[in-house]
Design a protein around this ligand. Structure first.
Ligand SMILES: Cc1cc2nc3c(=O)[nH]c(=O)nc-3n(C[C@H](O)[C@H](O)[C@H](O)COP(=O)(O)OP(=O)(O)OC[C@H]3O[C@@H](n4cnc5c(N)ncnc54)[C@H](O)[C@@H]3O)c2cc1C
Length: 417
C-alpha cells in the first residue's frame, strides 16, 4: 500500500469496519497474501452493544482462524439454562459437528483481539476514519472516502469488503436496502457485578414480560463473563407492521430487577442498544467489486439475535470469494447467490418462525407446550443456537433443511434479494 501526499491511498482490498466480520475478512485476506487496509470509524479498543455471547459456531470459527489464544482465560459455558412458563430446562450445546462449549467475551476485548490478529497477519489498520462517501465509475467502486479527525483519505481498492454493521452507512451509499417488513430485532444490554459470574451455563428467560406484565416476543439473557461481571439484556422481534413499541432500556432494567436477587446483581452499567437486521433481509449486498458481510448483510439468526458467528464466517467466505474470483471479478450476482446457498434455507424458515413469535397470543399458547418437553426444547435450542451445519445428516438437520427449502418456495423475497 502506498500513501501519496494528496491522501489518496491504493490497496488491493479495503475492508470497512473492524468488528468480527471485517477483522475476520482482513485476517484471512492478509494470510492469503493480499494487501489489505482495515478501516474503522471508531478508535480501538472500542465497545459495541452486544450480549457478548459466543456460540459453539463462533468458537469453531475462532479456532478455524487459529485464534484459540483469544479464548484462553475466557469463560467456558456448557449450554443454556432456559426458563419460562413455570418451568426450567438445562440444555447442553448439541451440534454434532461443533464444539460442545461456548463462551462470552466483552466486545471491547474480543474485537480488539480480532483486529490485532488482522494487523499481525499483515493488514494495515486505519482506525478513527469513517467511510462517508463513494466514487463510482462505470459501476465499479473506484474510491471510498474516509474522514478522520485531521484528514480525509480516498482509498482506491480493487475490492471492497463492507463490514460496517447493522446500519451500514457505506452499504446504503452503495444501494443496500433493509426490508423491515421481514422480522428484525431490537435488543439492549447492560453489565452488572455478580458473585455468580463463573456459572458455566448461559441463562435465558423465554417468557419475557415488561413492567406492566405484558408478554414480549423475545427473550432476556444473563451471560456470565467469568470476571466478576455478567452481561444482562433483553431483545425482542418486530416488523414494520408490528413495531416493538417498547422502551428497551426500561425492558432491560425490568428484566434485571426480576433477576436481581437470584444473581445478586450490582448496579447496571454500560447500557447500550441497537437494531438487528436479520435473516438476510437486505438487498443490494454486492456490486461489481464490493460485497457486504456480517450485520451489514443482515446475517443475524432471527431466532436468537446472535451474529458474531455469521460475521466471522462471512468474513472468511468473502476472503475466499475475492481470491477465487480473480481480478475480473463481478460480485453483483455471485455474492448474494453464495450467501443464499450458505444461509438461505435456515434464514428463510427461522425468520418465518420469528414472525410467529411477534404474535404474543401464539407465544402464550405454544410456550408452555414447548417448555413441558425437554426433547422439543433440545431441538429448538439446536436450531435457535445456529448448531445445524451442512455436515449434519441426522433427522433434525434433515427436517430443518426440508422446512427451509419449503419456506424458500413460499418467500416473496428470498434472503439477500
Ligand atoms: C444488544 C445486542 C446483543 C447482542 N448479543 C449478541 C450475542 O450475545 N452474541 C452474538 O453472536 N451476537 C449478538 N448480537 C449481534 C452482534 O453484536 C452482531 O451480529 C455482530 O457485532 C456483527 O459483527 P459485524 O462485524 O458485522 O459488525 P459490528 O460488530 O457492528 O462492527 C461494525 C464496525 O464498523 C464500524 N463502522 C460503522 N460504520 C462505519 C463507517 N461508516 N466507516 C467506518 N467504520 C464504520 C463500527 O465502528 C464497527 O467497529 C447482539 C446485538 C445487540 C445489539
Amino acid at each position: 500500500m502506498t500513501a501519496a501526499p494528496t491522501d489518496v491511498v491504493r490497496t488491493d482490498v479495503l475492508v470497512v469496519g473492524a468488528g468480527p466480520g471485517g477483522s475476520s475478512a482482513a485476517t484471512h485476506l492478509a494470510r492469503l497474501g493480499r494487501d489489505v487496509l482495515l478501516a474503522d470509524g471508531a478508535v480501538f479498543p472500542r465497545d459495541k452493544a452486544c450480549g457478548d455471547g459466543l456460540t459453539p459456531r463462533a468458537v469453531a470459527e475462532l479456532e478455524n482462524l487459529k485464534l484459540d489464544h483469544v479464548l484462553q482465560g475466557a469463560p467456558v459455558n456448557n449450554g443454556l439454562r432456559g426458563h419460562g412458563f413455570g418451568r426450567s430446562l438445562t440444555l447442553p450445546w448439541n451440534g454434532p459437528h461443533l464444539p460442545r462449549h461456548g463462551s462470552a467475551i466483552a466486545r471491547t476485548v474480543l474485537d480488539n483481539a480480532l483486529r490485532d490478529a488482522a494487523l499481525d497477519a499483515g493488514a494495515t489498520g486505519l482506525d478513527g476514519h469513517r467511510a462517508v462517501d463513494v466514487e463510482l465509475t462505470g459501476g465499479r467502486l473506484t474510491g471510498v472516502v474516509l474522514r478522520g479527525p485531521d484528514r480525509t483519505v480516498t482509498v482506491q481498492a480493487d475490492h471492497v469488503v463492507v463490514a460496517d454493521g447493522g446500519k451500514s452507512h457505506l452499504g446504503r451509499l452503495l444501494g443496500r436496502t433493509w426490508h423491515q417488513e421481514t422480522v428484525f430485532g431490537v435488543a439492549s444490554r447492560a453489565y452488572a457485578t455478580s458473585p455468580m459470574a463463573d456459572d458455566p451455563w448461559i441463562t435465558s428467560h423465554l417468557e419475557l414480560r415488561d413492567e406492566t406484565g405484558r408478554m414480549m416476543g423475545g427473550y432476556g439473557w444473563v451471560f456470565p463473563l467469568g470476571n466478576g461481571m455478567v452481561n444482562i439484556g433483553a431483545g425482542t422481534l418486530a416488523t414494520k407492521k408490528r413495531p416493538a413499541s417498547i422502551n428497551l432500556r426500561k425492558l432491560t432494567e425490568e428484566y434485571a430487577r426480576q433477576r436481581r436477587d437470584e444473581w445478586q446483581l450490582g448496579e447496571l452499567t454500560g447500557y447500550g442498544s441497537a437494531p438487528l437486521p436479520m435473516g438476510g433481509a437486505v438487498s443490494g449486498v454486492a456490486g461489481r467489486n464490493w460485497m457486504l458481510i456480517g450485520d451489514a448483510a443482515a446475517c443475524i439468526n432471527p431466532l436468537n439475535g446472535e451474529g458474531i458467528d455469521y460475521a466471522l464466517e462471512t468474513g472468511r467466505l468473502a476472503a475466499e470469494h475475492v481470491v477465487s474470483a480473480g481480478p475480473a471479478a463481478d460480485y453483483t450476482a455471485s455474492w448474494p447467490a453464495l450467501l443464499d446457498a450458505e444461509y438461505g434455507e435456515a434464514f428463510s424458515i427461522a425468520r418465518r418462525l420469528g414472525l410467529l413469535i411477534t404474535h404474543e397470543r401464539l407465544l402464550a399458547l405454544s410456550g408452555p407446550i414447548g417448555m413441558r418437553s425437554h426433547a422439543i426444547m433440545s431441538v429448538a435450542f439446536r436450531v435457535m443456537g445456529n448448531l445445524v451445519t451442512p455436515e449434519d445428516t441426522d433427522v433434525v438437520a434433515r427436517l430443518w433443511r426440508t422446512a427451509g427449502r419449503a419456506s424458500l418456495r413460499l418467500d416473496r423475497r428470498r434472503p439477500f434479494h
